[in-house]
Design a protein around this ligand. Structure first.
Ligand code: IPE
Ligand code: IPE
Ligand code: MG
Length: 247
């Protein structure tokens, strides 16, 4: 490794960066409960960690960052918590527009966007339109997202095409399926991070994480910062990815 391939301030090998980092941002509620605060305070603190993480990934040179912000199952939470989360999301979209433009970040959303409140959908569309030509990093927000719904939607699209005689079953390959998911055109996540220690996937990117390197940290999402993210990427760079082959 020559010194020019080192990302100086981070000590990372820039030739071995994960292209796509996906994060299950978990633990906001526990962070607040530990402080005898309302869960909503935890979500507020969590949105600061989102800002820091987006900035850090852009600085490091990550191409795609997918953040799991709200799952299809999260609609079961108390209405007051859902409303607070949607308000925070709208705030984030409005306040980060400028920084996304300055840092050449393109915003995208995956999930059942039509289920989000209208003001959130409008803010989302506005920021997505504004940032659509940015090429520095793709920030992909998983909102009202469920891996199973994504697969069901894919099956519906493909079977409608088959019914109309537009496709031959022999054409259905891994690539074809991937092209009909919400993440069409994006590389699969190389690195999947989950905060707050839970050893589960919670319906996130079920197809796409087939060969992702998984890193679970006990840190609660609001406490997740730049230093830890860099450490995790360093750990990723020291793993041997075999993809089923021999070392
Ligand atoms: C993650 O934190 C945020 C969302 C799922 C929206 P949680 O709210 O799940 O926090 P815990 O898991 O209860 O601590
Ligand atoms: C996963 O966290 C969803 C998001 C981070 C948006 P949850 O807190 O909803 O997951 P479970 O309930 O612990 O599986
Ligand atoms: Mg949780």
């Amino acid at each position: 490794m020559n010194s020019s391939s080192l990302s100086g301030s981070f000590g990372l090998d820039t030739s071995m960066l994960p292209k796509h980092v996906a994060i299950i941002m978990d633990g906001n509620g526990r962070w607040a409960e530990k402080r005898l605060m309302n869960r909503i305070k935890g979500h507020e603190a969590g949105s600061e960690a989102v800002r820091t993480t987006v900035r850090t990934c852009r600085e490091i040179g990550i191409s795609v960052l997918t953040l799991y912000a709200f799952s299809t199952e999260n609609w079961q939470r108390p209405k007051i918590e859902i409303t607070a989360l949607m308000t925070l999301l709208k705030k984030f979209l409005d306040s980060e527009k400028k920084e996304m433009m300055e840092n050449n970040i393109r915003l995208n959303a995956i999930g059942q966007i039509e289920k989000l409140p209208e003001n959130v959908r409008k803010a989302l569309k506005k920021t997505m339109d504004l940032t659509q030509s940015n090429k520095g990093m793709l920030l992909n927000l998983a909102l009202s997202y469920g891996g199973r719904s994504e697969i069901v939607d894919m099956v519906k699209i493909i079977s409608a095409k088959a019914k109309d005689g537009k496709i031959d079953p022999d054409l259905i390959t891994d690539e074809f399926v991937a092209d009909h998911l919400y993440t069409a055109g994006m590389p699969d996540p190389d690195l999947l991070i989950r905060t707050s220690g839970e050893m589960r996937i919670s319906n996130f990117l079920l197809w796409q994480i087939a060969y992702s390197e998984i890193f679970i940290t006990d840190t609660l999402w609001p406490d997740f910062g730049k230093e830890e993210l860099v450490k995790i990427i360093l750990d990723f760079q020291n793993r041997e990815r075999r993809f089923g082959n021999v070392g």
